[in-house]
Design a protein. Structure first.
Length: 88
């Protein structure tokens, strides 16, 4: 199995109080602070649980929040730091 950024695919997504967690198909786990994603950080737990994976796990989408993340970008440290509508 190759452990590269390009083939990083999520199989599970979950949250704790402060972090977004991913379990990747190759066994790696990734944690990113929720504050890096204002829409996710401000969303209620019930909305965070309702995600879908696309591209065999390369993408994560939250329909209720209208947020999309690209898993390889997360491994590269590329994330959104835009202000949420509530904090603008």
């Amino acid at each position: 199995m190759s452990f590269s950024v390009e083939n990083a695919r999520a199989q599970k997504v979950w949250f704790d109080e402060h972090n977004l967690w991913l379990l990747l198909k190759d066994g790696r786990q990734l944690s990113v602070p929720k504050v890096y994603f204002p829409l996710l950080n401000d969303a209620p737990p019930s909305a965070l649980e309702k995600y879908s994976l696309s591209g065999d796990g390369a993408g994560i989408h939250w329909d209720m929040i209208d947020e999309d993340l690209f898993v390889p970008n997360l491994l590269l440290g590329i994330y959104s730091r835009e202000k949420s509508p509530a904090s603008a």
